[in-house]
Design a binder for this molecule. Structure first.
Ligand code: PBG
Length: 341
């Protein structure tokens, strides 16, 4: 029986939604494993892993287990990992010296990864917060985050990472001028092929909570360090969530300073920012689907309130549609598997 045509409606967008294959033909956005970057947490010890309590199914791995896991990720076709260290408390100082120890957890992990899985791109984090006893991304002096003193340490960190084999260094600190300084430092040392992925528009977000649990890296409040006046948030360097225009300004600066790739972070509450940055950028744009975004879906799924897989894939597709070429996401391994199904 032919369907009734009661009205004169010549233009019917639903025609392109009738079957799975016609929907495939009409699809505008593709999510592929090529787009995924898997953040990884590394900790001291041997043959061990610990689940991050606020990030179900996400682990801190010891170097040996990290390498095994990286092999799995690479076999799934994931092109890159972004590495973050859990540094024991007693090694954290106000000047973050441990970050520059050439034989510590972080460069050792980079070397182990590049030895075992050389094709997997390793993105290192040049920020002080895991090493800084104040929990800030910069050196704190008299209660203020010192921009230029921080850059100096970051440049040395980037060299250490490059020497350990990092393919890409990623400053996640939001200090002014750090991309240009890192480029100069890397080039002067002959690391002209090490790329810079800049955290270009990183917002002072509440969605980083579970990540700070993973690394125990929250800014230390006055109560915990009564001797000093330490800000308990990152508002003087990370961006105001209310600002979009300013993200484009940060983008212009990073491009001038030589960023090879740029990033917007977080992703889901900032899809408009991703769109604006993509429109103005002539380099690949990454978005960081951060720990809090992951935790929300996981928690709802554990409660049976949302379908975790479908919501994760919809979120990742939405981030792609907004304009992200690359997505850092704790769903990377699962998504790569789901994309194979
Ligand atoms: C710090 C850093 C943070 C994240 C990545 N690098 C947290 C912060 O700025 O406090 C957050 C990532 C996430 O929440 O998944 N340099």
């Amino acid at each position: 029986m032919a369907p009734s045509a009661e009205y004169n409606i010549p233009i019917r967008p639903r025609r392109l939604r009738q079957t799975k294959n016609i929907r495939r033909m009409a699809r505008e956005t593709r999510l592929s494993t090529d787009n995924l970057i898997a953040p990884q947490f590394v900790m001291e010890g041997e043959n061990d892993r610990e689940e991050v309590s606020s990030m179900p199914d996400t682990y801190r791995h010891t170097i040996d287990r990290l390498v095994d896991h990286a092999e799995t990720l690479s076999d799934l076709g994931i092109p890159a990992v972004a590495l973050f260290p859990a540094i024991p408390d007693h090694l954290r100082t106000p000047d973050a010296e441990h970050a520059l120890d050439p034989d510590h957890l972080y460069p050792n992990a980079v070397r182990a990864l590049k030895d075992a899985v050389p094709e997997l791109m390793v993105i290192t984090d040049t920020a002080l917060d895991p090493y800084n006893s104040d929990g800030h991304d910069g050196i704190v002096r008299d209660g203020r985050i010192d921009n230029d003193a921080t850059i100096e340490v970051m440049c040395q960190m980037a060299l250490l990472h490059a020497e350990a084999g990092a393919d890409i260094v990623a400053p996640s600190d939001m200090m002014d001028g750090r991309v240009g300084a890192l480029r100069d430092a890397l080039d002067a040392a002959g690391h002209t092929d090490v790329a810079i992925l800049s955290y270009t528009a990183k917002y002072s977000s509440n969605y980083y909570g579970p990540f700070r649990d993973a690394l125990d890296s929250a800014p230390r409040s006055e109560e915990e360090t009564p001797a000093k006046d330490i800000p308990d948030n990152k508002d003087t360097y990370q961006m105001d969530p209310a600002n979009g225009e300013e993200a484009v300004r940060e983008l212009m600066l990073d491009l001038e300073e030589g960023a090879d790739m740029v990033m917007v972070k977080p992703a889901l509450p900032y899809l408009d920012v991703i769109h604006r940055v993509q429109a103005a950028s002539d380099v690949p744009v990454a978005a960081y689907n951060v720990s809090g975004e992951y935790a929300m879906i996981k928690a709802a799924a554990q409660n049976g309130w949302l379908d975790g897989k479908n919501c994760a894939m919809e979120a990742l597709t939405g981030i792609r549609r907004a304009g992200a070429d690359l997505i850092l996401t704790y769903f990377a391994e699962d998504a790569a598997q789901w994309l194979e199904e």
